[in-house]
Design a protein around this ligand. Structure first.
Ligand code: GLA
Ligand code: ZN
Length: 719
């Protein structure tokens, strides 16, 4: 499988700690070891490139550095895959080459983010310590020879990863030009996201001991009496490898949590060391927002800021044929990228994030995305900034002419001449720098929140109910419809304070914790609109089905009880709308929650089968707010109509008229707001925003309907 395929197919790779408190040992360790680092407010502007001096003849370093400086590049990220060169044999370290390249870059005023190299251990390591190799979900030990094939629990692997990172930190903690660190690279984003080896099994047993008061409590929580699985000793607890039948859902969910924990604690070991040895440097790690094998909030909790890798063109391959909730490419690509950005901004509660890698040309292996259209590379950079990025690193400086990613195109072609997109990126870097620090660090404005909880994602992956139900694929159309309101969307887990939002949406919120239920109840009582999708509150945090009528903890807020729930395969089902949703009937495929309103009004009913006439969508006034249950699985276009109507009823409106494919976001600092208008279509478009603005890019004053060129961008400030 292409290594990113699972981001959207969301198959076997999901994990977290989110809805439950951290394990005691972990949070204690985090408190002791990890002191706060930098805040992004004090960082220099970061418009850099990912550079591979380890793959480039030394004779080219000087000219590369000079060319980067001429292009306006401020920094590089280097060395994250150079373990073999830095430690050619165990304990024999060589940083001379790296010192030379850092010096050459620094002479050109290019600063350096160093990557710790644990994603790609060299052959001597796996030859001597084959037990560090990951075992995948089928029980197969991964082969070395690529990257991301190691176990996050294995003590030897952790020791050796920490050792090389420590030697790097010692060598570079006061080297002029070095400003920060990226720990590892895209943790868990390999062919297999989780490890099932014997060390992980022992680690899981230790983690369970720490998390539960007793073995008996585990047996109770999981319901191990079923099929005679009662454990009488911790050492009997297995990992969810293939067995004679699907695993116990509570056990499998806790294993996903453990794997998330193992990766976070792997990172935190390196982080604690870096805090001690490099107190003036920032520390981050890079990942893709749509990867949910790790709970990203945990991963980034003690890091200085989140870093994201952004390859919008890749979605062109993945989304071909998929129902993304947008009006189709390129809108679908824009929506998916925007969702990734919003996730990364929200893992640090709205703090600006860094794009650590950004697509610069054709991307992919073994299939490549199309060459971005003229204007798209610039547009994608602005889109990241429009959603909260503070800087961008372009992937990569040159294009390798060997190795697994030789078709992943960079700023230089294979012959080292400028790529097709080079000039456009150079222009973009210049423009984005001129926006300045305040604009790049401003807060993103959101009236809407979408609940994205890895716990529900993992639990639903273990038990989708209908094979077509995949957590992220269910969320995307909701996100796309919410985005179309131009009111801004934050991605939340429904545990922090929600009062700043007008609407909270929660599709497939399969697991609802007590804390989440209380937050949602308070949100609605105080005037918020909560819109839930089918499969709400079916389970508790142990993945046990609630023993009250569904939707469990939220049934008084929703004012309904479930009469039944139904997977739909070949049967015909459709929905007839009424009241404020009146409109053409919509098909209901995949799933139907059949609702019995207790105190709620009916906004739609089913038309087919035994449940014809029963409620499909209900609305309940609760406190000062309203709770809406969308029990039917709707196609994206119908869902969009329903959600946009419901949002308008909830007072979500911005004085903006924009056609599909045009995105509008706002970032705000104390005294100023920046409105980004992004045309993701190949046609010129017209947009109307009330008021008179100054466009910082065209340096003109605009008001009333304004035109925006194909793939064009406007950055507006109040005139
Ligand atoms: C990722 C990785 C990089 C590289 C690029 C292109 O985001 O972090 O190492 O593999 O994608 O594939
Ligand atoms: Zn393992």
């Amino acid at each position: 499988m292409e290594r990113r395929d699972f981001i959207l197919t969301g198959s076997a790779t999901l994990a977290s700690l989110l809805a439950l408190p951290h394990s005691r040992a972990f949070s204690q360790a985090a408190k002791e070891k990890v002191s706060p680092g930098h805040s992004s407010g004090h960082l220099p502007l970061l418009f850099g490139t990912d550079y591979y001096p380890d793959q480039t003849p030394e004779s080219l370093w000087e000219q590369d550095a000079a060319a980067m400086a001429a292009a306006g590049i401020t920094n590089v990220r280097i060395a994250e895959f150079a373990w073999g060169l830095m430690e050619p044999r165990e304990g024999g370290f060589d940083f001379k080459w790296l010192e030379r390249v850092v010096g050459i870059l620094h002479a050109q005023q290019i600063s350096v983010i160093l990557g710790t190299p644990s994603a790609a251990p060299p052959p001597w390591l796996t030859q001597k310590y084959p037990e560090v190799l990951m075992v995948n979900e089928h029980g197969v030990t991964l082969s070395p020879g690529t990257r991301r094939f190691t176990c996050p629990t294995n003590a030897i692997y952790r020791r050796l990863s920490l050792a090389i990172a420590t030697e790097m930190a010692r060598a570079f903690n006061s080297t002029p030009g070095v400003i920060g660190w990226q720990i590892d690279n895209e943790l868990t984003l390999g062919e297999s996201g989780r490890c099932y080896c014997r060390f992980c099994r022992e680690g899981f047993q230790r983690w369970l001991r720490d998390r539960y008061p007793s073995l008996d409590a585990i047996n109770q929580a999981w319901g191990t009496v079923f099929w005679s699985n009662t454990y009488t000793d911790f050492s009997q607890i297995p990992v969810p490898l293939p067995s004679g039948a699907p695993p116990n859902p509570g056990f499998a969910l806790d294993y996903d949590r453990y794997q998330s924990f193992a990766n976070v604690s792997f990172l935190e070991e390196q982080l604690a060391m870096l805090r001690k040895l490099c107190p003036t440097h920032f520390v981050t790690t890079n990942n893709v927002g749509l990867v949910d094998t790790i709970d990203m909030r945990d991963l980034y909790r003690n890091l200085d800021f989140a870093s994201a890798d952004n390859y919008p063109g890749f979605f062109a391959i993945l989304l071909s044929g998929a129902d993304s909730g947008a009006s189709g490419p390129p809108d679908a690509i824009a929506t998916t990228s925007a969702f990734g950005h919003d996730i990364m901004r929200c893992v640090k509660d709205g703090e600006p994030f860094l794009i650590m890698e950004e697509q610069t040309g054709k991307a992919g292996q073994p299939f490549f995305s199309p060459q971005p259209e003229p204007g798209q590379l610039r547009l994608w950079s602005y889109q990241a900034v429009a959603h909260g990025a503070m800087g961008i690193n372009y992937f990569r400086w040159d294009t390798a002419d060997f190795g697994a990613e030789e078709y992943w195109h960079g700023l230089l072609k294979h012959d080292r001449s400028h790529s097709v997109g080079f000039d456009e990126i150079q222009q973009t870097i210049g423009e984005l720098k001129s926006l300045g620090h305040d604009a790049l660090n401003a807060r993103y404005e959101a009236d809407l929140a979408l609940c994205y909880d890895p716990t529900s994602s993992w639990a639903l992956t273990i038990q989708p109910g209908q094979p077509k139900i995949k957590y992220l694929s269910e969320l995307l159309p909701w996100y796309g419809s919410m985005g179309a309101s131009h009111a801004g969307v934050d991605i939340v887990n429904a545990t922090p304070e929600l009062s700043r939002y007008k609407v909270l949406c929660a599709p497939v919120m399969y697991i609802v914790s007590q804390e989440q239920a209380e937050r949602i109840r308070g949100f609605v009582e105080n005037g918020g609109t909560f819109i839930a999708g089918f499969r709400l509150g079916v389970k508790d945090e142990h993945s046990r089905i609630v023993d009250t009528p569904l939707p469990g903890l939220l049934r008084d807020v929703m004012g309904v009880e479930l009469f039944d729930y139904q997977p739909i395969y070949s049967e015909k089902q459709s929905v007839q709308f009424s009241g404020p949703l009146a409109g053409p009937n919509a098909e209901c495929r995949i799933w139907a929650d059949i609702l019995s309103p207790q105190k709620a009004e009916v906004f739609a009913s089913y038309t087919g089968g035994a449940y014809a006439g029963k409620a499909a969508i209900t609305s309940h006034s609760y406190g000062k707010g309203r709770a809406i249950y969308i029990g039917a699985h709707l196609e994206s276009k119908d869902l969009a109509r329903v959600l946009l109507t419901l949002m308008a009823m909830s007072g979500v409106s911005r004085p903006i008229q924009a056609p599909p494919g045009v995105e509008i976001t706002t970032r705000r600092a104390d005294r100023q707001a920046w409105t980004y208008v992004l045309n993701h279509t190949a046609k010129s478009q017209s947009v109307t925003i009330a008021g008179t603005y100054r466009d910082l890019l065209s340096k003109s004053t605009v008001s009333g309907p304004m035109s925006i060129e194909p793939y064009g961008v406007r950055v507006l400030v109040q005139a």
